[in-house]
Design a protein around this ligand. Structure first.
Ligand SMILES: C[S@@+](CC[C@H](N)C(=O)[O-])C[C@H]1O[C@@H](n2cnc3c(N)ncnc32)[C@H](O)[C@@H]1O
Length: 220
């Protein structure tokens, strides 16, 4: 199939929460999000979520490499969801569930406490201008949700090309998480590669690899 073969399942007027073909659609601007149970496949020994999946290149590779892990890709741009979906279908991948919607709505309403083993975020938009900083991920509320959804031995991987965003994340994660590597410029072993990673590397940009453990791991 081609990406455009996946069509958005409703018009803006008829928008609603919907799970269809292992895609959870979370439209913006609904008056109510709380009542719906999407029955996410979280009842699995190993749950791995990627936020900001883009065209899905990175997570598709991971899902192929680790058939015993249940993966989730979360992406708000439908044009990119179409690309993830078509890759998943064409490769016959069964362990990747897609969320078509905003991470913050997913976190706020649908991801239970202690449900995720690993969270990865590759090249989230850094919103470099100070006046746009409210759009950045890793505000206090976001970090609190990440702490909440992760299981006891939970890990977070964050990769970025932006020096200031890297520092922003380091500051936001302090206290709640333990940084497991000192030198952020050393790549993570067997980490894989995404579209934006290759783009920034081809332009000679430095990449920062963060690897965190949920704090309770270290206090036991
Ligand atoms: C710079 S791209 C990186 C894509 C991919 N991870 C990669 O490395 O190639 C950032 C992606 O995050 C998505 N994104 C940004 N904010 C989001 C949000 N609040 N919820 C879901 N996706 C989001 C954007 O639509 C975009 O596809």
């Amino acid at each position: 199939m081609k990406p455009k073969d996946l069509t958005y399942p409703f018009s803006f007027k008829d928008r609603r929460l919907l799970v269809e073909n292992d895609v959870f659609y979370i439209p913006n601007y609904l008056s109510e999000y709380g009542e719906f149970d999407p029955q996410l496949p979280l009842d699995h020994p190993r749950v791995f979520i990627e936020f900001c999946s883009g065209n899905g290149e990175w997570i598709i590779q991971k899902a192929l490499e680790h058939p015993n892990i249940q993966f989730f890709a979360v992406e708000k741009l439908f044009l990119r969801v179409q690309k993830i979906y078509s890759k998943r279908e064409n490769l016959g991948i069964k362990n990747l569930f897609i969320v078509s919607g905003d991470i913050n709505l997913l976190l706020e309403h649908f991801l239970p406490t202690n449900s995720v083993d690993t969270l990865a975020i590759n090249f989230p938009d850094p919103w470099p201008k100070e006046r746009h900083s409210k759009n950045r991920l890793f505000h206090k509320n976001f970090v609190a949700h990440v702490q909440r959804i992760l299981k006891k031995r939970g890990a977070v991987f964050l990769v970025t090309d932006d020096t200031h965003f890297s520092a922003w994340v380091s500051q936001a994660m302090e206290g709640e998480f333990t940084l497991l590597k000192e030198d952020l410029k050393i790549p993570l072993e067997n980490y894989g590669s995404s579209f934006f990673q290759r783009l920034w590397e081809s332009k000679g940009k430095e990449i920062y690899y963060h690897h965190y453990a949920k704090r309770d791991l270290c206090s036991t």
